[in-house]
Design a binder for this molecule. Structure first.
Ligand code: PMP
Length: 435
């Protein structure tokens, strides 16, 4: 099939899929129209929106979510990694219940925040001290601001395609980005990063990097690239920040432990609050000491909900009793095996499609060929990706429109098998479009 004919066939297959979707989800459409009267486009979180209208969810249980139209889906979105524990973990539930019984807006120091800090410092040894925030965005803004204040420098090296939060997005222009002085480098290009670091040397406050691009398509950093960033930061006196908001789950000590590269600062978020809103930034004691209020001239960092008792309690239970180091290792192995099986299916089908990622996080790309940076995925067929999304929804698989699949703890053998069967069916039924 030549390209034009194929693209026309993809367009009409997608049109049919969207028609079926619209017929199947009338209540969600109605709810979307109602929401749009007060929320712009019916939406308060861009990443969850998709055309023609998103499904409205009503509940979740274990590894499943249910929609307003009565659809039941196996949850491979995993709340963009914050839903690691699924929807009804009894230990986390108990911790939240227990906290509710004792008052939730105490307005003072509690033992719980100190215990959670201790658990996290043990887990991520490069984090000698840390502070809590309410989101990953806030953690990254604080880490960058800290680096600027500590070094007295302005420039922040970031990577094209990275996502560090609502005001720190580097896929495209980012018109709402915080007005820091960014220097944009290329992911997995060590030479260019070293050259840019040399060029901006004395002005460089920080280098911030995700050890695997998450929103940017689950593209793992190569170890020599991260080692070059470590070297560049050391050489020029800049602070190396690893944004492990997503990746901290990928080994007992995050990707920094796997690669044995210690950043100066780390940011955390997502699942660590047991599914409640969470963020943290931390790192070397000599940097974080600047926040010690005993000291004259200490940085002030307030935040009404930084130590909110529900998050602290859920997070402590989650990180000490549920997502233990052994659980982290086992989940990563399960995810690795799943991605290999999905790629084997694509290879067997001869499909122009593959899955990148590491451990429990992966993204489907509608193309062949190695992807080392987001630019390498620019040729991925967007219509096919949309078709993949609607086809999998029809098979009861809930995941991200951009192709991200996240394996959560309650997703067992049956759930993984359902995903694999849906992917295989897609490859069979759409074989002529995927050739
Ligand atoms: N950093 C990374 C790597 C992320 O993936 C995200 C969220 N997708 C953030 C930061 C921002 O976290 P939050 O949504 O909690 O603000």
């Amino acid at each position: 099939m030549n390209t034009t004919v194929k693209n026309t066939a993809i367009d009409s297959a997608l049109e049919e899929a969207i028609e079926r979707y619209t017929r199947k989800n009338p209540e969600s459409l109605r709810q979307h129209e109602r929401a749009a009267r007060h929320l712009p486009g019916g939406n308060t979180r861009t990443v969850l929106f998709y055309e023609p209208f998103p499904i409205t969810l009503t509940s979740g249980e274990g590894a499943y979510v249910t929609s307003l139209d009565g659809g039941r889906y196996v949850d491979f979105l995993g709340e963009y990694t914050a839903g690691l524990f699924g929807h009804s973990d009894p230990i986390i539930r108990q911790a939240i219940d227990h906290a509710l019984d004792r008052g939730i807006v105490l307005g003072g120091h509690t033992e719980t925040e100190s215990k959670l800090a201790e658990a996290l410092c043990q887990r991520y040894p490069s984090i000698e001290r840390l502070r809590f925030t309410n989101s990953g965005t806030e953690a990254n803004v604080m880490a960058i601001s800290t680096a600027r204040a500590v070094t007295g420098r302005e420039k922040i090296m970031v990577f094209e395609g990275a996502y560090h939060g609502g005001v720190l997005t580097f896929a495209g222009e980012g018109p709402l980005n915080a007005p820091f002085d960014f220097v944009r480098a290329t992911y997995n290009d060590a030479d260019r990063a070293l050259a840019l670091a040399a060029e901006h040397g004395n002005d460089l406050a920080a280098i911030i990097v995700e050890p695997m691009l998450g929103a940017g398509g689950c593209i793992p950093a190569e170890r020599p690239f991260l080692a070059a960033l470590r070297e560049a930061a050391d050489r020029h006196g800049a602070i190396l920040i690893f944004d492990e908001v997503m990746t901290s789950r990928l080994s007992p000590g995050g990707l920094q432990a796997l690669h044995e590269i210690a950043p100066d600062m780390t940011t955390l978020g997502k699942y660590i609050g047991g599914g409640l809103s969470f963020g943290a930034f931390g790192g070397r004691e000599d940097i974080m000491r600047r926040f010690d209020p005993h000291l004259p001239g200490a940085f002030a960092h307030a935040g009404t909900f930084n130590n909110n008792i529900l998050t602290m309690s859920a997070g402590l239970a989650a990180m000490t009793q549920v997502f233990t180091p052994d659980a982290a290792t086992a989940l990563t192995e399960r995810g690795e095996a799943l991605r290999h099986r999905l790629n084997a299916l694509a290879q067997k089908a001869g499909a122009a499609m593959h899955f990148t990622g590491y451990g429990s996080l992966m993204t489907a790309h509608m193309q062949r060929g190695r992807i080392r940076a987001p630019q390498d995925a620019a040729g991925s067929n967007k219509q096919l990706r949309d078709l993949f999304f609607f086809d999998l929804l029809e098979h009861g698989v809930w995941f991200s429109r951009r192709g991200m699949i996240n394996v959560s703890l309650p997703a067992g053998t049956a759930e993984l098998a359902q995903l694999e069967a849906a992917v295989e069916e897609f490859m069979d039924s759409r074989a002529t479009l995927l050739g």
